[in-house]
Design a protein around this ligand. Structure first.
Ligand SMILES: [Zn+2]
Ligand SMILES: [Zn+2]
Length: 1013
């Protein structure tokens, strides 16, 4: 006996039940045990940032994909690693703590105390990692929970130290003094790849100022510049012109590029090169910094003529390119604002103002002093801090960099070996690798990897490569070193290896992408001589994990990863940082294959924002749609398009899954009535009693397995979903529909075949919807493997393609027949006289009975469809250019029906052959016929009715009415009845058929009514 199924599945309830079963039976452990020692398939998890206290639906997407492919590979017997990772350091963690403590600046953090601040940051990681673990388990993700890697582990940090020391040995580390993007709120510079994150560039309105600088040696003349950053004007030192461009002087003395003001009248014209060397008075020479500068016009080939005036304001302390120019032309560099983006004291009345606060006052002052030509507003995409959303500024800063030029060719070569899905993401990586600048790895923050750099006054840079080395060289402070972290690490001075003097660490911490990038080396034990049990539970990770630090042999076994997967944004982030670090250290890509995917938006296509109220907490989704439906939604998504996630699409998925559920329920209900007992032992046994339709379903099932296998191998879940949905449609709307009666009268071959097909299909979708698949498996397979996840992957036998094509064609004919019926507006139940099919293959002709039955027609003929009129019109965009003036003549010939139909959809008109894509073909039913066409296949339905057909239509309506009544009266599907019908003519003519189709043992004339016998 199967357990009876309710009308529809309660996803959340059955999922919690299955979770408990997995837990109780140790299903995951059994699976791993079974695969131990098998072929390996190496997956390395990208760490999730442990700064949120519940799983987000965004994160659940990636986690689902990871779980799907690990489950699939496990079904195929692969031995795998299941280590989850948490990212635990950096600005994301700090910002939450700052907010919760109400701290708004670095000064306030330092006043609060770095030790306590570090503890609070760790607390966030502890709470967040617990919540994310809970959510992931609920999602159905099978991981080695409790043995996770935490990037703030001393072990992870030591590996990055080692990396940095090796790079220093190669001369790739340097301190750069340059103008970089800077967040004034966070008080730190940002790296180029941080700027590439989603949401960094936001539309913003800035002042648009045209400002004129009076020339010192040309009285009454000015150079005019354009700027959108007024705060940089006090740091102006030069104005750049294009040496080859033409500049003109307006009557009022203002010099601008002629090309940008074509309508202006100019009284004098000069080449840019002739302007070079002119001196001018700066806009804020009344402030001390500006007063010491000799402002002059310089040449610059990069001056563009697309906006502004063709003369560019240069402030080397406030712009990257400006700073480079200062080196070429030996210009002074003014740095107007401090780390917090506020003007320094020497800027007089501006001191203490932020760059935005200063803007209005600067514009006002320029107006008073006659420097301002005009002021407006300029809207443009502008970079914002990815962490705190503050608009970034440029600021001069000393940062630590890894130079990339030497390794660039090797990176490109290695990337070319990686298999990227979708392919264009590999191209993006290639673009990035070609164009990226040196990697800025230092951040002026607190809770992060301490950069192990100890510069000495003697000029030597000491780089410490491990904790052991630190202990060896330390001059004290080791006893208080709780973790490799500020503030403790800052209290450990070391001896300079060059001159023996005491040196201290620089205060900077590292870019978080170093933390995640080292993972494929650190967590796998690269160059580690001896396996260290619980070796990852070091420093801040102590007590949070029992993960080991494996030895080098383990690394050899599992590196590189066979597969990694994250969203597209990670190309320049995690995909990049681990790639860079691995290629730098071991000369190989850390992954062979990547699955990237695009963004998640809400179901209406808008970004999800908490403040817009359109975010969905995963907990709500678990409770309302269930994890399987969420997973289905993620998996149905082509990875090259944005996912529109929400309850609307979930509803649609539930509806489609219900078709599958109903097919299983149909089997369960009738099997229980008829006493069918399947046997797992005979699951794939050859069966001589199968009918043609059964044989087809067996082949159709093989096709599903083959398609699903290909799709999983290509890491395209969307193709698994498509294959499954089309299979479900075939099972429900063809096999069951065509075989219904065989189930009413115990036909074992039908039961066995349907059972086989459903069980096999559960195995193909188990990785995607692990709960529902296991729930149904446990019901349908009672003497086989205890869980679908322990059943292994079905063999992908080559299906009988000819048979599959044959039935697919029959289904298409029936579908067209339905369309023809729909346009004729005849009821589905009304029997009709004739259907004519044209363009079908010979094989389809052997299915006349099924087609006739499905479409309720008395006869089906295969012939040229004479019942329709062919209308052919020219496809003008194609034919116009081809025929030219001849078009009119051909057009009227077509309209007059004066043409011959050739093969392959071509036509001949007046001696001209028209190709299939050059004409628009329409088939219209003649009077009394309804026609439908699909490609070369056409069906025509005779829509004329006679008395006999009408009577039979009435019969079928009545039968339907009775069966509805049976259901409404609460009768079981097998109950026999006494039936009264108010239609003597029908009873007289069709007594037996009525009795048969309504299970009536007695039939009387009278008011419609049923009575159980
Ligand atoms: Zn910031
Ligand atoms: Zn020294």
């Amino acid at each position: 006996m199967f357990a009876p199924l309710p009308d529809k599945p309660d996803h959340p309830a059955l999922e919690l039940e299955i979770l408990e079963l997995w837990e109780r039976e140790g299903t995951f452990e059994q699976l791993r045990e079974r695969n131990r020692g098998g072929p390996t398939w190496s997956f390395v998890d990208g760490p999730v940032t442990a700064n949120r206290f519940s799983l987000g639906v965004h994160t659940a997407w990636g986690r689902t994909l990871k779980d799907v492919f690990q489950r699939y590979k496990a079904l195929r017997g692969f031995d795998q690693r299941y280590q989850n990772g948490f990212d635990c350091q950096g600005l994301w963690i700090e910002v939450g703590v700052e907010r919760s403590l109400g701290l708004n600046s670095k000064r306030e953090i330092e006043e609060f105390g770095l030790e306590e601040f570090a503890r609070r940051c760790r607390d966030v990681v502890v709470r967040s990692s617990e919540a994310l673990t809970r959510g992931s388990i609920r999602l159905g993700q099978w991981m080695d929970w409790g043995r996770d890697y935490f990037t703030f582990s001393d072990t992870n940090i030591e590996y990055i130290w080692k990396f940095l020391k090796i790079l220093d040995g190669r001369g790739w580390l340097y301190m750069g003094h340059r103008s970089t993007e800077w967040c004034p709120r966070c008080g730190t510079s940002l790296s180029q790849h941080e700027l590439s994150q989603a949401g960094v560039y936001q539309e913003r309105s800035d002042p648009s100022l045209f400002v004129r600088f009076p020339l010192l040696d040309r009285d009454g003349e000015y150079v005019v510049v354009w700027t959108t950053t007024p705060w940089t004007l006090p740091a102006n030192v030069a104005a750049a012109v294009h040496p080859d461009a033409e500049y003109g002087r307006r009557e009022n003395g203002e010099w601008v590029a002629v090309e940008l003001f074509p309508d202006d009248a100019f009284v004098e014209r000069k080449r840019g090169s002739e302007l070079v060397g002119w001196r001018y008075r700066g806009p804020f020479d009344d402030l001390p910094p500006g007063s010491q500068v000799e402002h002059r016009v310089i040449p610059w080939d990069e001056v563009t003529m697309d906006q502004g005036t063709g003369i560019v304001h240069i402030a080397p302390g406030c712009g990257g390119e400006d700073f480079e120019l200062s080196k070429v032309h030996d210009l002074p560099v003014l740095t107007p604002v401090d780390e917090a983006g506020r003007f320094y004291d020497e800027y007089g009345w501006l001191h203490g103002l932020s760059t935005t606060e200063a803007a209005d006052q600067i514009v006002g002052r320029l107006g008073e002093t006659g420097f301002l030509v005009s002021a407006g507003v300029y809207a443009h995409p502008y970079p914002h801090c990815w962490r705190c959303d503050t608009p970034l500024i440029f600021r001069l800063s000393d940062d630590w960099f890894i130079s990339v030029d030497e390794i660039r060719p090797k990176l490109l070569e290695e990337n070319a070996r990686v298999h990227w899905v979708p392919e264009y993401m590999g191209k993006r990586m290639d673009d990035w690798l070609r164009n990226m600048g040196d990697w800025n790895i230092s951040r002026r923050r607190y809770y992060g990897l301490p950069l192990p750099f100890y510069p000495c006054a003697c000029g030597h840079l000491n780089v410490v490569g491990s904790k052991a080395e630190l202990a060896e060289r330390a001059l004290g402070g080791m006893e208080q070193l709780e973790e490799l972290r500020r503030p403790w690490i800052d209290r450990v001075p070391i001896r300079c290896e060059q001159c023996g003097e005491a040196v201290t660490r620089i205060p900077e911490v590292g870019d978080v992408w170093l933390d995640a990038g080292i993972v494929p080396l650190a967590t796998l034990g690269w160059e580690n001589p001896e396996w260290v049990p619980e070796g990852y539970a070091a420093g801040a990770a102590k007590g949070l994990t029992t993960a080991d630090l494996p030895d080098h042999a383990y690394w050899e076994k599992w590196f590189p990863a066979d597969w990694v997967s994250e969203m597209r944004e990670q190309i320049r982030l995690w995909f990049y940082s681990q790639f860079f670090m691995a290629v730098a250290l071991v000369g190989r890509s850390p992954y062979r294959r990547v699955l990237g995917y695009e963004k998640m938006l809400d179901e209406h296509g808008r970004e999800m924002h908490a403040s817009w109220g359109n975010t969905i907490p995963a907990e709500d989704a678990f409770a309302q749609m269930g994890a399987d439906v969420m997973r289905w939604q993620y998996c149905a998504q082509p990875p090259d398009r944005n996912l529109l996630f929400g309850f609307g699409p979930a509803h649609e998925i539930k509806r489609r899954l219900l078709t599958f559920w109903n097919s299983v329920k149909f089997l369960v209900d009738y099997a229980n009535i008829e006493g069918f007992e399947p046997s797992w032992e005979r699951f794939e046994a050859e069966d001589a009693e199968l009918r043609a339709l059964d044989r087809w379903l067996v082949e159709r099932t093989k096709q599903l397995v083959a398609e699903a296998t290909d799709a999983y191998e290509a890491t395209l879940t969307v193709d698994v979903v498509r294959a499954f949905e089309s299979f479900v449609d075939d099972v429900s709307n063809w096999y069951i529909r065509r075989s219904r009666r065989r189930f009413y009268s115990f036909d074992e071959a039908a039961f066995r075949t349907l059972w086989y097909a459903l069980v096999q299909s559960l195995r193909t979708v188990a990785p995607i919807m692990p709960f529902l698949a296991d729930h149904l498996w446990r019901n349908l397979v009672q003497d086989g493997p205890a869980s679908v996840h322990l059943a292994g992957w079905p063999d992908a036998d080559e299906p009988d393609r000819a048979l599959l094509d044959e039935i697919a064609e029959v289904r298409r004919i029936v579908e067209l027949g339905r369309q023809a019926r729909a346009t004729s507006q005849l009821k589905l139940r009304q029997p009709l006289r004739r259907l004519v099919v044209a363009g079908a293959s010979a094989a389809a002709e052997s299915h006349v009975d099924e087609i006739a039955d499905e479409l309720r027609v008395k006869e089906v003929g295969f012939a040229q469809v004479e019942a329709s009129e062919l209308r052919v019109k020219p496809n003008l965009p194609k034919l116009g250019p081809k025929l030219g003036p001849k078009l009119a003549q051909i057009r009227s010939a077509l309209a007059a029906g004066d043409f011959t139909e050739l093969d392959d959809g071509r036509f001949q008109v007046n001696g001209v052959v028209l190709e299939a894509d050059e004409v628009l073909v329409e088939r219209v039913g003649r009077e009394g016929w309804s026609v439908a066409t699909d490609g070369l296949l056409t069906v025509a339905l005779d829509t004329s009715l006679d008395d006999e057909l009408r009577l039979e239509g009435r019969l079928l309506d009545r039968v339907h009415e009775v069966n509805v009544l049976r259901k409404e009266s609460g009768l079981e599907i097998t109950d026999r009845i006494r039936l009264w019908l108010p239609d003597g003519e029908l009873i007289a003519r069709y007594r037996e058929r009525i009795a048969d189709e309504t299970l009536a043992l007695e039939l009387h004339e009278g008011e419609l009514r049923v009575e159980k016998i």
